[in-house]
Design a binder for this molecule. Structure first.
Ligand code: NBP
Length: 474
């Protein structure tokens, strides 16, 4: 019997996706460049379902029912192009290649059209949830043609996480839109993690709390609006003791690594002119954390006497919680605005309520909070900026005094809170009908004759600053 689907690339993600599909009753053809991985999968998990292992690409392709659907789960970048070239001679019109890795959306756009010209369908599918998600049910964001998606829909919707009876997988749009949405998901994940890190820093540095005590606070926060996977695992990471009986987190090197999706999100926002401050600050914070030697040097050059640790009260804990929640709302509002603009710009017609819905389970940013976002889109009240929608507006307004207090305290005490601070700066910038960019326009006109508009009359104007100072209509 031919397999329902193929999985090529059996490192941690591919192997787990293949097992996931097999456990759901699908026949799965499996292949890996290095055959040892294929053997390992079959030896260790072959009994979980109907696998067809192959050691050669032609055998692998021939073992899949037509039109063939092949998920490739290899390292993003050149390996994806290499694998496509290896598969192409063996595929037939209508076959589908699904790239489930973290590919850059522009690569996916290119591959989509390249394969279309060769009568092969291509789906760029963002997959989130790490290795556990891949096995137990990830959140999946497939982009490509609807027709190609229809072929894999019965399989991927069964493989995906389920929330309230709904699969965390739905058609996103054409071209690289699935990978784009996954990219922004990862960007939001960067912001979420940075905000959590800033809250941790305040508890530790201002109030002198030890990791297990901070773990208790995060565990408590799971009972409210902050209920989310990342808050949950924060508590678990902070609670973990190493072999010496000390908190493991205290011995982990404070240097954040990154694979690029957060940076891509920020770069795309810059290209589209979107004020995506929270995610971008989170990317910069990782970059600064990476300058460990420079930080050690600077600590000596700019000594900072640590203020006496404060005794923490419930009000202090609540204040940090409010600052975190309000900043998180800003980060998500910016992320969804980013998707709105990208959708218009690229002609993708993204359904943002569905995006919020499929992020409710399986993925790293899964959170109770996403129900609120989905509700806003479903009710048609999300508007261009979620921050101005009733629920989020009320939440931010209620949090504002504490938010301001926490950012003020951090600055006063010399604790960097770039994501908290940039979020409140964005909020303060957004809620002012008249900002200070009038001066900026004046400066631009002075040195570059870039012109400016006036509040009191229509049109564009230029002042002859270094000549007679007269104003002319541009
Ligand atoms: P890796 O990203 O570590 O890639 C290893 C796999 O790529 C192996 O199967 C390897 O084959 C294969 N491969 C490479 Br490298 N070059 C190849 C080539 N030229 N031809 C054929 N195969 C090639 O695996 P992963 O961590 O499972 O991730 C897979 C994808 O999923 C990546 O895009 C990743 O960013 C994405 N992703 C990962 C996670 C996660 O939590 N790890 C989450 C979500 C998405 P070999 O065994 O023969 O070397």
């Amino acid at each position: 019997q031919l397999a329902d689907i193929g999985v090529l690339g059996l490192a941690v993600m591919g192997a787990n996706l293949a097992r996931n599909a097999a456990r759901k009753g699908f026949g799965v053809a499996v292949f890996n460049r290095n055959g040892a991985r294929t053997d390992e999968l079959i030896n260790e998990h072959g009994s979980e379902g109907r696998f067809t292992p192959s050691k050669l690409i032609p055998d692998f392709v021939a073992s899949i029912a037509k039109p063939r659907a092949i998920i490739i789960m290899v390292k993003a970048g050149k390996p994806v192009d290499d694998v496509i070239e290896e598969l192409l001679p063996h595929l037939e019109t209508g076959d589908i290649i699904i790239d489930g890795g973290n590919s850059l959306y522009t690569d996916t756009n290119r591959r989509f059209h390249y394969l279309k010209d060769r009568d092969i369908k291509f789906i760029g599918m963002g997959v989130s949830g790490g290795e556990e998600g891949a096995l137990e049910g990830p959140s999946m964001m497939p982009g490509g043609t609807r027709e190609a998606y229809a072929r894999i829909e019965p399989i991927v919707t069964k493989m995906a996480a389920q929330v309230d009876g709904e699969a965390c997988c739905s058609y996103i749009g054409t071209e690289g839109s699935g990978h784009y949405v996954k990219m922004v998901h990862n960007g939001i994940e960067y912001a979420d993690m940075q905000l959590i890190t800033e809250a941790y820093d305040l508890f530790k540095t201002v109030y002198g709390l030890e990791a297990p005590a901070i773990a208790d606070i995060f565990a408590e926060w799971m009972k409210g609006d902050l209920d989310s996977y990342l808050i949950d695992i924060t508590s678990a990471v902070l609670r973990k003791l190493d072999d010496t009986g000390k908190p493991l987190v205290d011995s982990i090197v404070d240097e954040a690594e990154q694979k690029g999706t957060g940076r891509w999100t920020a770069q795309s926002a810059l290209d589209l002119g979107i004020p995506l401050t929270s995610i971008t600050e989170a990317v910069f914070a990782r970059a600064l954390s990476g300058r460990r030697a420079q930080r050690a040097e600077a600590e000596k050059l700019f000594p900072h006497e640590a203020p006496a640790k404060r005794q923490i009260t419930q009000a202090d804990i609540d204040a940090i919680k409010d600052a975190l929640y309000a900043s998180k709302i800003v980060a998500y509002a910016q992320g969804f605005e980013h998707l709105t603009v990208a959708s218009e710009q690229f002609g993708w017609d993204l359904k943002l309520g569905e995006v919020a819905s499929l992020w409710r389970g399986g993925c790293i940013i899964r959170a109770r909070f996403l129900n609120r976002i989905r509700d806003a889109y479903d009710a048609g009240v999300a508007g261009p900026n979620l921050l101005m929608q009733d629920y989020f507006r009320d939440a931010v307004v209620a949090a504002e005094p504490n938010w301001r207090k926490v950012v003020g305290l951090a600055i006063e005490q010399g604790i960097p809170v770039p994501a908290f601070a940039s979020s409140i700066a964005y909020y303060d910038g957004l809620r002012r009908a008249r900002g200070p960019a009038n001066l900026l326009q004046g400066l631009r006109d002075y040195f570059g004759a870039h012109t400016y508009g006036r509040l009191d009359k229509p049109g564009k104007f230029h002042t002859r600053w270094s000549q007679d100072g007269s104003e002319i209509q541009a």
